[in-house]
Ligand binder design. Sequence first.
Ligand code: CIZ
Ligand code: SF4
Length: 347
Amino acid sequence: SSEELDQRIADAKKELGHRLTILGHHYQRDDVIRFADYRGDSLQLARIAADLKESEYVVFCGVHFMAETTDILTGDDQIVILPDMNAGCSMADMADLEEVEECWDVLTSLYGDTIIPVTYVNSTAAIKAFVGQHGGLTVTSSNAERILTYAFNQKAKVLFLPDQHLGRNTGVKLGIPLSQMCVYDPKRMELEFPHGQEEPRMILWKGHCSVHQKFEPKHVHQVREQYPDIRVIVHPECMYETVQLADEAGSTDYIIKAIRKAPAGTKWAIGTEHNLVNRLAQEHPEQFIISLNSMICPCLTMNRIDRPHLLRSLENLVNGKEENVIRVDRETAQWAKVAIDRMLSLS
Ligand code: CIZ
Ligand code: SF4
């Protein structure tokens, strides 16, 4: 039964005591995140883990690339476990190393040594390592403007991986016209110039988040028609046209803080993952909160981490069995860490 499951998870957690830390991403289900010692976005969680020297095990309730980042930052100090190995990220999976190497060849043959690669932290460790090896760095949705500004001080052009939307939205904020952005399609190994063939300053990888892509301009028009005084707030993984129509756009942390500090009675339509929107609505009964898209927009892979998977991971550890360990090979980890550390030193 449901109570039994909760009880067994609590018991296993208690038995492991300080040897265990459970991390929970904001997009996790309510019934899982309840058991997390810490909640946060992907980078906050990895940094928390790196500071927790006392625990042997980190059970990461989130998706694969986040567990990798946690392993990269904790090094040999902790063993990182992902309760379901199928909890991937469709966006991270849109850029694999071979494709990025091909792209790099195409770009360097066209533009020589004028490009710096930048990758959103929502990418595999292999891509972060590639970026680290080629003089680049990682970004998150909360520091993208600062990091891109730095990148453009290094080189004339930026290759932005793997989310075209975060890349485009941030570039526009920095004043780069759409006509100076092109899109690299890894399937066709070709550059696309949707806004005219000017010399590009940003080359956007043709990747996206399947969840945030579901928030469209028509949804902004619909909620405003229904609630004329509503504020629309979206994540910058949403498409450019949606972000332009919204009142505000920002990272998960930005959205949470905006809701917290708004006067009671503010009406909000939020364009981000369903579990987080739902939780914000529960935690803030003093606000009126709906999803920007009335169809439920969950991250299916985040939702793969359910109580049975969490329980299995914990009971395995109680029995001395380490299953679903996420360990990035040390060479990849070392270069990925170079890319992450460059970002952290600027944050
Ligand atoms: O969309 C995601 O997966 C986000 C915002 C992750 C994170 O925590 O950076
Ligand atoms: Fe990946 Fe999107 Fe899910 Fe985030 S919400 S883990 S970017 S698929």
